[in-house]
Design a protein around this ligand. Structure first.
Ligand SMILES: Nc1ncnc2c1ncn2[C@@H]1O[C@H](COP(=O)(O)OP(=O)(O)OP(=O)(O)O)[C@@H](O)[C@H]1O
Length: 263
């Protein structure tokens, strides 16, 4: 949707967002935007607040101050009687339909087959017909290289295969925004490549807006339009991957990248 200057508005906008747990200020008056279709990777030391940003967007946490906007609509809040009011559960349920997330632990439904995992949401939440959901589920399984596994149960798959099913399951809900939180960090090293290849294809071939938390720096470099470097709940540097990875301006970015890449 264009704004009053005729420019497209951002897909996601954090406006002065504060998130704290007790006295621990995890996000400190945070401001940033993500454009439509943009792929943005959040990097930074452990505890700098990256996962908290994704959890706020998944509505698993609530902001203490500030407002999150998606498509120029309030996301963390709703408009009541002309005033922004913290969002109700009902409002949040509707708002989060635009957003899909893949976690470190894939959390597939263990008693369902792979294809049932993919069709459950589209049928029961989006109201799609079973045939339509199965048809789309098969296409997505093909895309993640698991067409022949549709009748398997999750326990019969490797961790990497389960994670690829989880990615397909998130896409089956047609999200406008996809959040990826350390999706390969629980996997054995030999399974990481297959998952990253699938995600690389998705990043390059879809216009889904993606917000990514990863320690896989080569992957971040390949897929990201922009990198945000966090420290203590603030963005201390941002830029194109080439700039951040080859000539970081901030000393803490340089130290962080050195530690991660030489790890
Ligand atoms: N539910 C919670 N209750 C209390 N403190 C929390 C909670 N969730 C996160 N925190 C704290 O918030 C801070 C930021 O955590 P967060 O997981 O967002 O960091 P991160 O940058 O994603 O770190 P990592 O790379 O280790 O995942 C940490 O100090 C963490 O202990």
């Amino acid at each position: 949707m264009p704004n009053s200057q005729g420019e497209p508005s951002p897909k996601i906008r954090f406006e002065d967002v504060v998130k704290q747990f007790g006295d621990n200020v995890v996000l400190d008056h945070l401001n940033f935007t993500v454009d439509r279709g943009e792929k943005v990777t959040l990097i930074g030391p452990s505890g700098s607040g990256k996962t908290t940003i994704l959890r706020l967007l998944m509505t698993l946490e609530k902001v203490n101050e500030g407002v999150i906007w998606v498509d120029d609509d309030p996301f963390s809040h709703e408009m009541r009687k002309g005033a922004l009011t913290p969002a109700s559960e009902k409002y949040l349920r509707q708002a989060r339909r635009k957003i899909g997330m893949v976690f470190q632990h894939f959390n597939l439904f263990p008693n369902m087959t792979v294809i049932e995992n993919l069709t459950e949401g589209p049928v029961h939440v989006l109201g799609r017909s079973k045939d339509e959901a199965v048809d789309r589920g098969r296409k997505l399984l093909d895309m993640v290289g698991l067409a022949e596994k549709e009748n398997a149960h999750p326990s019969q798959l490797s961790g990497g295969q389960q994670q690829r099913v989880a990615i397909a399951r998130a896409l089956a809900m047609d999200p406008e925004i996809l959040l990826l939180d350390e999706v390969t960090s629980a996997l054995d090293p030999e399974l990481v490549v297959g998952v990253l290849n699938v995600l690389r294809d998705i990043a390059h071939s879809t216009d889904i807006t993606m917000l990514i938390v990863t320690h896989e720096m080569q992957f971040a470099r390949d897929v990201s339009d922009r990198i945000l470097m966090f420290d203590k709940g603030r963005i201390i540097e941002e830029g194109a991957p080439e700039q951040i990875f080859t000539e970081p301006r901030n000393d803490r970015t340089r130290t962080f990248l050195h530690a991660v890449i030489s790890h």
